[in-house]
Design a protein around this ligand. Structure first.
Ligand code: SF4
Ligand code: ZN
Length: 307
């Protein structure tokens, strides 16, 4: 199998567009796509200070690496924020990967934890009967936003890839939640919230994994023990099976969603945000979801003798 752009041996076949790529052209294309997203969708500019949400998994490690490669010589500052959710047997390994890439690239890393921000970790929340992924998502968003503000970041970059985006679209679609489906769109600047960007949003998960292997920046891949409990995990399996049968279906799902947002975006205007009466962070209503969850967990724990 030869590369479609030169005569070198291909290392990867992009079935969704019938293209075979050698190492060099694969990397070129990957980085070009990230650049396009950064400058034409995320509107990154030289005044930015970008905080990368670095879990230590292959997506965030690749994101930090490629952003450093593209942005460092433009004088755009990059820092890394690692959130320790407190998941025993899983976080230790990814924390090590996160540390290693920051050392290699000489990027400052800030480590923050749910324990420090909320007074409990995710394992304890699960023991209290809370569903892990939905709670984890809420707490992570708040933790990242607070840490990014403290560090003076102008944008938070997350490692969400095409597969993650398509899973979110399908989750809201299958739940019949049109509001959330349409609100999955690039967010405008809102007071108190550091804008979030997803520079890998157009790249399939498989290609992010290949990039990390070619660049030799990521060795082990451990899955969070709670991942299989989520609807997202079922949708991931379904979409991977469909992509095998109908190459390009993930890209078309994303494209279809962008058209939906164009057509129906006006029907779902942005919600006005207030300040949480407990923590002061931006929220919808009286208190933010993270504070509501915290109160539930702390109250339940206090009802159990000896906890
Ligand atoms: Fe959190 Fe769920 Fe991700 Fe695990 S899989 S880190 S519980 S969101
Ligand atoms: Zn709050």
């Amino acid at each position: 199998m030869k590369c479609s752009a030169c005569s070198n041996p291909a290392v990867y076949s992009q079935k969704y567009n019938g293209r075979n790529l050698c190492k060099e052209h694969f990397v070129d294309l990957f980085e070009q796509l990230v650049k396009d997203t950064l400058f034409n969708i995320n509107f990154v500019n030289e005044r930015d200070r970008i905080a990368v949400a670095l879990s230590g998994g292959k997506d965030s490690v690749s994101l930090l690496y490629v952003l450093h490669k593209i942005l460092a010589n433009k004088g755009i500052e990059i820092i890394a924020i690692t959130v320790d959710e407190g998941i025993k047997g899983y976080r230790e390994g990814t924390m090590k990967c996160a540390r290693k890439i920051c050392d290699t690239l000489e990027i400052d890393q800030e480590i923050v934890s749910y324990q420090e921000y909320f007074g409990f970790d995710l394992d304890r929340a699960v023991k209290e009967g809370i569903k892990p992924c939905s709670v984890c998502g809420v707490l992570r968003k708040k933790t990242l936003n607070m840490a990014a503000k403290r560090l003076g970041a102008t944008k938070v970059a997350t490692g969400h890839n095409l597969d993650d985006e398509v899973q979110s679209i399908m989750m809201n679609y299958l739940k019949g939640d049109m509001q959330r489906l349409i609100r999955l769109r690039p967010k405008h600047h809102r007071p108190g919230l550091v804008p979030r960007i997803k520079p890998l949003q157009r790249i399939p998960e498989k290609e992010v994994a290949i990039y990390s292997m070619i660049m030799e920046i990521f060795e082990e891949s451990v899955e969070c023990p709670y991942a299989s409990q989520s609807l997202r995990s079922d949708i991931k399996i379904m979409m991977n099976r469909l992509e095998d049968q109908l190459p390009g279906i993930k890209h078309r799902t994303q494209y279809g969603h962008e058209r939906l947002v164009e057509l129906y975006g006006q029907r779902y205007p942005r919600i006005n945000l207030s300040s949480c009466r407990i923590c002061g962070e931006p929220c919808v209503g009286d208190a933010c979801k993270a504070c509501e969850i915290s109160a539930r967990i702390i109250n339940r724990s206090s009802e159990i003798p000896g906890s």
